[in-house]
Design a binder for this molecule. Structure first.
Ligand SMILES: [Zn+2]
Ligand SMILES: [Zn+2]
Length: 489
């Protein structure tokens, strides 16, 4: 494939910074005391994060994914100019972004409680009012969501056609994980979104290109599906593409799993466990049977499925009382939405069988499902190529055994979710959702890695705004893929 970004190479080589060594903080050295206390309970919880641990997708699994490479389309000279400006702008923004990142890391607010984090970014964009940024606090009916928007109308040749202003969307995820802070690096995602949005907006003004930049502050990715709620409220309407980055232990880009959370409650009857056990209906037994049913079911599931759950211990349980109530929370994951439905149906039968066997009443509550992430083939190809040519960073194209509410966005419009590497001492034990990753997400080296990944999505986003032909191809390919998924269902 001819290089779309070759004109950037000489500049990139001369301006590339020396890679900083990771700061290598000891595990808890940099954690606030409130987080350090809970650190040991999570030590060594190595997540099955690396997709090397996930069996390969079969051709059948991937048939709904655009798997053939996109047709190369050379980047216009205007897009090259925008890219050059974005690179310089990000270097200028770096100290500001670093400051926002550290402040957010210190706040570490979990799902739907990101109030101070919300205010941090709302105040920041209010300060950019004179530069044309409009900020909407508490956006889309969510207390901790926000929307920042910038529009430039060209006075020259780059006017909007048919009154439609090309629009690109970026994301700033806001939530942390309970107890272990920013162990998923959402402080880095957040400044990636801010950096991309500001640098693209500045490039539109400098080169007088019509375009709209939308940055969404999205709460509750780690549970609650902030993006899904915002999507349903129209936050993504009118976007030509949506792009975000996510830190992890290696550079990867590929599909992510669909997931649905399920809460199961069993209600039986208490009884004296010694005196009248025959009068009890044991709700704990129903939970344990569910657990065992699912453990046996696993060997008959597709190797790409994941079913994992916990029994919520009830503080009122006592060994001399037959438990009358029990509660479990499960996650069911699979490669596609349609396969998820098949696996979920089998899992639900495991709960119902346990209720039948014990005589308990059962109540099943399904949470907000996250679709699998299907990156736009064109955005994937161009991002991978840009990162290789600009920074000599190679991305592995492979599936990743995690899930995100960005999956629903990928089914709504062309989008991309590259996962970039931040330096950590031991990728096996310090991946996402560990205290090692919490420490890693505030190092200078993680910040530098974030700037590079940000440049990748910002340059792509600018191209979406500047090149009508690029937008058309993007949507043509995405619509073909989407039609395939609908025929499959
Ligand atoms: Zn996470
Ligand atoms: Zn995350």
């Amino acid at each position: 494939m001819p290089s779309c970004f070759s004109a950037l190479l000489p500049r990139a080589k001369s301006t590339r910074r020396q890679e900083e060594k990771p700061a290598s903080p000891s595990r808890e050295e940099k954690l606030p005391s409130s987080l350090a206390r809970s650190a040991h309970s999570s030590c060594g919880q190595c997540t099955a994060w690396s997709s090397d641990l996930l069996p390969s997708y079969t051709a059948q699994d991937l048939k709904s994914s655009a798997s053939s490479p996109s047709t190369p389309l050379p980047m216009s000279s205007l897009s090259h100019s925008l890219a050059h400006h974005i690179h310089n702008e990000l270097q200028n923004l770096s100290p500001t972004l670093r400051d926002l990142s550290l402040k957010m890391w210190d706040l570490h607010e979990p799902a739907f409680t990101e109030h101070k984090t919300h205010d941090l970014f709302v105040d920041f964009f209010r300060g950019l009012d004179k530069e044309g940024w409009k900020i909407t606090p508490h956006a889309n009916g969510l207390e901790t969501a926000w929307r920042a928007e910038f529009v430039h109308h060209s006075k020259g040749s780059m006017k909007a056609k048919d009154g439609k202003i090309p629009t690109v969307g970026f994301q700033s995820e806001l939530d942390s994980l309970p107890g272990i802070g920013h162990a998923c690096g959402h402080n880095l995602i957040a400044i990636g979104g801010v950096g991309a949005a500001l640098s693209v907006a500045s490039a539109l003004v400098k080169y007088d290109v019509t375009g709209r930049v939308v940055l969404l502050g999205t709460p509750a990715e780690e549970g609650g599906g902030g993006k899904v709620i915002m999507l349903e409220d129209g936050a993504y309407d009118g976007m030509d593409a949506c792009l975000m980055i996510h830190p992890c232990p290696e550079e990867m880009i590929g599909p992510l799993l669909a997931v649905v959370p399920i809460t199961v409650s069993f209600t039986g009857a208490t009884a004296h466990a010694g005196g009248f056990p025959e009068q009890g209906i044991n709700a704990q037994d129903a939970a344990i049977l569910s657990y065992n049913n699912i453990s046996l079911l696993r060997q008959q599931l597709p190797t790409t499925a994941r079913v994992h759950g916990i029994l919520i211990a009830d503080p009122d349980w006592a060994p001399n009382v037959i438990p009358g109530k029990s509660k479990m929370v499960w996650n069911v994951r699979s490669t596609t939405r349609s396969e998820l439905d098949v696996v979920k149906a089998k899992v639900l039968k495991c709960f119902q069988a346990a209720a039948l066997a014990t005589g308990c009443k059962i109540d099943i509550e399904e949470g907000r499902a996250y679709d699998d992430v299907r990156n736009s083939q064109r955005l994937t190809d161009d991002y991978v190529q840009f990162m290789k040519e600009e920074f000599e960073i190679e991305y592995a194209r492979k599936p990743v055994a995690v899930s995100t509410d960005f999956g629903n966005i990928s089914y709504h419009l062309p989008s991309v979710h590259p996962m970039y590497k931040i330096p950590i001492d031991d990728p096996k034990t310090q991946g996402n959702h560990t205290v090692g990753f919490t420490s890693a997400s505030r190092t200078p080296a993680a910040h530098e890695a974030t700037l590079k990944a940000t440049e990748g999505i910002a340059v792509l986003g600018a191209r979406v705004l500047a090149e009508g032909e690029y937008r058309e191809l993007l949507w043509k390919e995405w619509k073909e893929w989407k039609k395939g998924t609908e025929e499959e269902e």
